[in-house]
Design a protein around this ligand. Structure first.
Ligand code: PBG
Length: 324
């Protein structure tokens, strides 16, 4: 036999030389849930090991991550129902605890990369990412709200803004508003191909942000479609996005690969709450080995072409393989 692929798999040293994909802590982003209050660390039932933190506890969590070499965070606010309204006004209110906490995070940890969520759903009494009028999610009247939210977040010191709403034209609209307000350095991590997925369940539990009526299929993408993601990628690129994201990740590896092939921008992938929860649940049952399954899942996302991975396992990965 002339060709024996097993020759390169014989020893750890050979396998090491032939390794095609590497993952390091600098590629990871850790999603964090923020609650108003003090001294709160409340575990999310449907995502064991992941917590909602009050600001004081969140600073402690970020400090621990930074010590592990994990420097990138995306923060999502859990907003009290009393503060929600139809037009998401709390999202840019000067007293907003999310914005205040962001400012304090960047004061304490200036070297971290802090990423926001730009969407109406955490602040909307309708629980939708866009403005609801007569039962319809309207596109163009949502854009000024997203722009106002964006400028407030840039002002608070976020390094990158993460529009997760899937309204048409939002990246360009945000970019113009940011530039007009002088925030030319604030980046946009566009949720380019975000699907109407069943795998966001634990996230919506964490924030109590499920839509009050209907679903998100008129704005989030159809899970059956891949080519449509290329249209979204082209538009986000033309509109000024700095990175393109695919979400979810593990069930959409082909979409990650397609965007990577089409674009020279960094590609991010969001390993979402439900994808992490199913792995955790199987491990808790003793059906899978977390020590092997978790890093394999992240490596697979990277092999598909993701430069950046948002994952609830970021800290666990960093504990094992981060800075020593
Ligand atoms: C909403 C938003 C969602 C997630 C991030 N931003 C949920 C949704 O679209 O309903 C999900 C993330 C996850 O499941 O981990 N703007």
């Amino acid at each position: 036999m002339l060709r024996r692929p097993r020759r390169n798999r014989q020893s750890a040293a050979l396998r090491g030389m032939a390794t095609e994909t590497h993952l390091s802590v600098e590629h990871l982003v850790f999603p964090l849930f923020l609650l108003n209050g003090q001294g709160i660390r409340s575990e999310i039932k449907s995502l064991p090991g992941i917590f909602r933190f009050s600001p004081d506890e969140l600073y402690r969590e970020i400090e621990e991550c930074m010590e592990l070499g994990l420097t990138n965070f995306v923060v999502f606010p859990a907003v009290a129902d009393a503060l929600k309204d139809q037009t998401a006004t709390y999202s840019y209110h000067p007293d907003n605890f999310y914005l205040q906490t962001a400012r304090e995070i960047k004061r304490r940890f200036p070297e971290c990369c802090l990423i926001s969520d730009v969407a109406m759903d955490p602040y909307s009494s309708d629980g939708h990412d866009g403005l609801v009028r007569n039962g319809e999610i309207v596109n163009d009247d949502t854009l000024p709200i997203l722009a106002q939210m964006s400028v407030a977040q840039a002002e608070a010191g976020f390094d990158m803004l993460g529009p997760s709403d899937m309204m048409d034209g939002r990246v360009g609209f945000m970019r113009e508003a940011l530039d007009a307000a002088g925030y030319t350095k604030t980046g946009i991590l566009a949720y380019t191909a975000k699907y109407a997925s069943a795998f966001y369940g634990p996230f919506r539990d964490a924030l109590a942000s499920a839509p009050k009526s209907g679903d998100k299929k008129s704005y989030q993408m159809n899970p059956a479609n891949r080519r449509e993601a290329l249209i979204e990628a082209e538009l986000d690129t033309l509109e000024g996005a700095d990175m393109l994201m695919v979400k979810p990740a593990l069930h959409y590896l082909d979409v990650i690969q397609a965007l990577k092939a089409q674009s020279a921008l960094p590609i991010a992938a969001y390993h979402v709450s439900g994808e992490c929860a199913m792995l955790v649940a199987a491990c808790q049952n003793g059906w899978l080995d977390f020590e092997r399954a978790m890093p394999e899942a992240l490596l697979s996302i990277r092999r598909a072409g993701a430069d950046v991975i948002l994952t609830y396992f970021a800290k666990e990965w960093a504990k094992r393989y981060g800075r020593v």
